[in-house]
Design a protein around this ligand. Sequence first.
Ligand SMILES: [Zn+2]
Length: 241
Amino acid sequence: MDFKRTKFGSNKAMGGLGKSLKSREEGETEVMISLWILPSLVGGSVLYFLSVDQWHRVAAWLYGSGLTGLFITSTLFHTAAWKISHLRKVEQRFHMCDRMAIYFFIAASYSPWLMLRELGPWACHMRWLIWVMACVGSMYVFFFHERYKLVELLGYVAMGAVPAMVILLMQVERSGVCELAVGGVFYLVGVVFFKSDGLVPFAHAIWHLFVAAGACVHYYAIWRYLYLPRPLLQTSSISAK
Ligand SMILES: [Zn+2]
């Protein structure tokens, strides 16, 4: 996952040593992200098997695919940046896919909440609107990749914030909102490291760690509040008292 990486411009100043360090960092980042592919597959499957109806199953499919898709595209991009960075065109295509996957990952992360919770008559339109937003974001990446950084950033912020507002306004059932917010904070702190790429050692790898932490918290909330059978949820909350 990468919002802004180009051709490692700082490498020029760093010379050959900088290049080898950057290449090592890229390799370690790639290995680290790839480790999340299998857990995300297992996590998506767990939700699928806990499903009690069609809505649950569709939401599990969407969320599991978004989660796994993110780690796969991110791994592919970092592998390309590590191994075939001399093939600029190819690397750029992987970079674009990496960017598009972020939009679909955000849409997928919100889908279980939007599909399985009771929303108001207007808010329920967010269920499909979020996928339209992901498609528009992806088309933007396709046509204007790396051209207007601020627009890109605003696109991701809007994609993250608009459905969050809808969920925060849920009146009937509000459990899990706290975990959603904590996951969001992980992503935001991660962005600080993301922006420090080239200034802080392994900043980009740390950014990915924060993304993984945010995804873990969100997964936990979805599993616990939307998929765990009600009797089990009640039993666990009684025993915790
Ligand atoms: Zn990345």
